[in-house]
Design a protein around this ligand. Structure first.
Ligand code: SF4
Ligand code: F3S
Length: 104
């Protein structure tokens, strides 16, 4: 499966949602997540994200993010339409430690 990571927080560009063939993105206030049991591992969303927030869970150190994607995809609403990024999205691109500061 692919997972959405820290880099999405407060960027939320939403380019990812429209390319997913199985519509498995879910939306929280400050980031999106992927439902790992619905993702078919096609990989098309990864290069679409301007923040490089989407990674395959085979990369080292992503256990926390896999768990977070699984947990919140079960609670947050499904999202399939790109309504555009927040106005200040670019200010948060590449910023470190966003989870600790802004996750909700
Ligand atoms: Fe959707 Fe494919 Fe990305 Fe999984 S890898 S979230 S199926 S676009
Ligand atoms: Fe987030 Fe990237 Fe999608 S910033 S909303 S994972 S395009």
């Amino acid at each position: 499966t692919y997972v959405v990571t820290d880099a999405c927080i407060r960027c939320k560009y939403m380019d990812c949602v429209e390319v997913c063939p199985v519509d498995c993105f879910y939306e929280g206030e400050n980031m999106l997540v992927i439902n790992p049991s619905e993702c078919i591992d096609c990989g098309v969303c990864e290069p679409e994200c301007p923040a490089e927030a989407i990674l395959p869970d085979t990369e080292n150190g992503l256990e926390k993010w896999l768990e977070l994607n699984a947990t919140f995809s079960a609670q947050w609403p499904n999202v399939t339409r790109n309504r555009g990024a927040p106005d200040d999205a670019d200010e948060f691109k590449g910023v470190e430690g966003k989870y600790e500061k802004y996750f909700s």
